[in-house]
Design a protein around this ligand. Structure first.
Ligand code: GLU
Length: 475
């Protein structure tokens, strides 16, 4: 057993990322010390604070980790889960650093976590815990528009981000940029349209781009395009649900959906919005009328399919089940869903793995747009929408005169339309995901790198090195 392995023989989560980093470092010639600095976690804030729940005082364990300060602010979500621990949050913070660099989002990586099960705690108590956590971050200068900007993650959403913002504002009243202290807020509280579905939509754009490349599809014996591809999605949280909806709308066939309590399967395809309604009404996806139940949810990962999308937690594909996976493509919507041992096994089987540090970067990309919106204090499209519509109307008049033809009202509506915030956000996201994909693929080809994950790490590390070199090291 190597020194990096724990008692159960498996690597710690942080060591998994170090392993991926080291594989990429073989393609980079730079002083070892700089690579060590990039790999290390800069600041770890581990806290315990008391919260009164009912008549009892409960001690809450929580973290905020800033992995890298090569760009500021630091950025990354906050998760609420009983699995939260220091190793996990450090790893997720590191992934944020690499993710931001790949998609040219100028932030260092960070992550936070509170060890609670939000499903068993009342909303009043979650609010108390969230506000107390925020005030702890403020006390230690671990939050702020130019310091560290949290966002939603597993177990948190718009509601928690609102409480974080409100707590920050009440302790920093008069700070004109206070809105930019957290992203993923509701639109009415300074959020940006399109943030909620951004990670799922980014996953969709990334996989769609891969499916359009003939060479890649032939390497796994599939046809070009998404239409008709059989997809399995594990995890119906915010990311999994939206990814599933976009794939479904594009003509792909969602054959199975897996949740904590079990999975459902229909070879002919599941109607995602109907499943979601069923989940809402029954509290479980099981017993959906148009599907078969699979009691052991892990078995759903092993079904015959073209694309498998793990969209929940880390380490779900490991050395014991990797050999049973039949998917030809795995899209990592979750952070770290495949262990390094499983990665090796799948690579040997010829599976294309689209790595998390690229594929789920849509969330932080749109968080960046939200942060910019908050700092500029104006909604996207507000200044140019009408102007564009006027210019388009002039163009149309000229075209009608030159062509001596009247354009129909329906066509006019489409052509004249100026950009709304949602249009700009989505096109910015689409462009980011398409560019990111081709940069990774080009690098993979030019350096003859064995897989997309290593190529993504090389791309990311090179960008971080560039920042450090331009910044210099403070004496
Ligand atoms: N929690 C998300 C992630 O892991 C989003 C982070 C953010 O928007 O800052 O990428």
């Amino acid at each position: 057993m190597s020194k990096n392995q724990n008692k159960t023989g498996s690597y710690s989560f942080f060591n998994c990322i170090e392993k991926n980093f080291d594989k990429a470092a073989r393609f980079i010639s730079i002083e070892k010390g700089l690579l060590e600095q990039i790999k290390a976690c800069n600041s770890v804030y581990r806290m315990h604070f008391p919260v009164k729940i009912g008549k009892e005082i409960k001690v809450i364990e929580a973290y905020r980790v800033q992995h890298s300060h090569h760009k500021l602010p630091c950025k990354g979500g906050i998760r609420y889960s009983m699995k939260v621990n220091q190793d996990e949050i450090m790893t997720l913070a590191a992934l944020m650093t690499y993710k931001c660099a790949i998609v040219d989002v100028p932030f260092g990586g960070a992550k936070g976590g509170i060890k609670i099960d939000p499903q068993t705690i009342s909303s009043e108590n979650i609010e108390k815990i969230t506000r107390r956590y925020t005030s702890e971050l403020i006390k230690k200068n671990f939050i702020g528009p130019g310091i560290d900007v949290p966002a939603p993650d597993y177990g948190t959403g718009e509601r928690e981000m609102s409480w974080i913002f409100d707590t920050f504002l009440s302790l920093r009243s008069g700070d004109i940029d206070a809105l930019a202290c957290v992203t993923g807020k509701p639109v009415s509280q300074g959020g940006v349209r399109g943030r909620k579905e951004a990670t799922g939509l980014g996953v969709f754009y990334g996989i769609r781009e891969l499916c359009h490349v003939k060479e890649e599809m032939s390497s796994v014996g599939l046809d070009v395009g998404l239409v008709g591809k059989k997809i399995i999605i594990q995890g119906l949280g915010n990311v999994g649900y939206h990814a599933a909806s976009f794939f479904h709308e594009s003509g792909a066939i969602i054959i199975a959906l897996a949740e904590r309590e079990g999975a459902i399967y229909n070879e002919k395809g599941l109607n995602v919005s109907k499943v979601f309604l069923h989940l809402k009404n029954n509290g479980s996806i099981l017993n959906f009328p148009e599907a078969k139940n699979i009691e052991n949810t892990e078995k759903a990962l092993e079904l015959e399919c073209d694309i498998l999308i793990p969209a929940a937690l880390e380490n779900v594909i490991h050395k014991n089940n990797a050999n049973h996976i039949k998917a030809k493509i795995i899209g990592e919507a979750a952070n770290g869903p495949i262990t390094p041992e499983a990665d090796e096994i799948l690579y040997k089987k010829g599976v294309i793995i689209v790595p998390d540090i690229y594929l789920n970067a849509g969330g932080v990309t749109v968080s960046y747009f939200e942060w910019l919106k908050n700092l500029s204090h104006v909604r996207y499209g507000r200044m140019e929408k009408k102007f564009r519509e006027n210019v388009n109307a002039e163009f149309l008049k000229v075209i009608e005169t030159v062509c001596k033809k009247k354009i129909s009202i329906e066509e006019k509506k489409m052509i004249l339309r100026g950009p709304r915030e949602i249009d700009l956000v989505r096109s910015g996201l689409e462009d980011t995901m398409i560019n990111g994909f081709h940069k990774i693929r080009d690098l993979k080809k030019s350096l003859k790198i064995e897989n997309m994950r290593t190529a993504a790490f090389v791309l990311s590390i090179n960008k971080i090195i560039d920042s450090y070199e331009k910044l210099g090291i403070f004496p």
